[in-house]
Ligand binder design. Structure first.
Ligand SMILES: O=c1ccn([C@@H]2O[C@H](COP(=O)(O)O)[C@@H](O)[C@H]2O)c(=O)[nH]1
Length: 235
């Protein structure tokens, strides 16, 4: 399936940033058929959440395993090789050349897609500078996208602000996945490079990752469906 063929509903990835498997399963049950794609990150993975990958896949759901791997190439390669057996659709690594090369080797011919995290959406220019980088956000995102493409990475994680420029660099060959999504009226929290769902899709994002605005809502299903309606309208 090309990115353009993804149904509006399947473009929303709900981040299960919840403290336990029980809490995650309760949210998944509340969301029911409305959500088809979930993200499991540090909080849930380290709280016993990895077996949920297979359980969700068995129910026909897709899983984005957001482990943001970063280590020497050989360790990343071996780790990714193990992860190919879990049944996830997407796995993140940080966009460093050795890391991306190791991840592509570890993924081999499996169906797992590797996404490279370009610059975290909680970073702005000052944060990058404080971390010792001399490039600004857009320059670093674009440089990493070019390296990721050459190394055979399957997709990129960036803020929606960079998606237009990334599309020009990578065309439609790579999945563009954007956290930093805030429906109008939602709290920004620690995110710094944000956009509404509609604007992110109009900018060219393939998938939107939304955590707190959905999982902390009084009615997660109503919010998820409102985001999906906004996505459908923007396509
Ligand atoms: O650059 C990045 C990469 C990953 N994330 C993850 O996405 C979700 C966003 O959650 P919200 O509650 O909607 O802010 C979260 O799991 C992050 O770890 C990101 O935000 N930015």
């Amino acid at each position: 399936m090309t990115p353009a063929e993804i149904a509006p509903k399947d473009r929303l990835i709900v981040a299960l940033d919840l403290p336990s498997v029980d809490a995650a399963e309760a949210t998944i049950n509340r969301l029911g058929d409305s959500v088809s794609f979930y993200k499991i990150g540090y909080r849930l993975a380290y709280a016993g959440g990895l077996p949920l990958v297979g359980k969700l896949a068995d129910k026909g759901k897709k899983v984005f395993l957001d482990l943001k791997l970063h280590d020497i190439g050989n360790t990343v390669m071996q780790g990714v090789e193990s992860i190919t057996r879990l049944g996830a659709t997407f796995l993140t690594v940080h966009a460093y050349p050795q890391t991306m090369k190791g991840a592509v080797e570890g993924r081999g011919n499996s169906s797992l897609k590797i996404l490279a995290v370009t610059v975290l959406t909680s970073y702005n220019e000052d944060d990058l500078h404080a971390a010792g980088y001399r490039l600004g956000v857009s320059e670093l995102v674009e440089a990493r996208a070019q390296q990721a493409q050459v190394l055979g990475i399957d997709g990129l994680v960036s803020s929606p602000e960079e998606v237009g420029a990334l599309r020009k660099i990578v065309g439609h060959q790579m999945h563009l996945v954007t956290p930093g999504i805030r429906p109008v009226g939602s709290a920004t929290g620690d995110q710094k490079r944000i956009m509404t769902p509609g604007r992110a899709i109009a900018a060219g994002a393939d998938y939107l990752v939304v955590g707190r605005p959905v999982v902390e809502a009084a009615d997660p299903k109503a919010i998820a469906e409102a985001i999906q309606a906004e996505i459908a309208q923007a396509l």
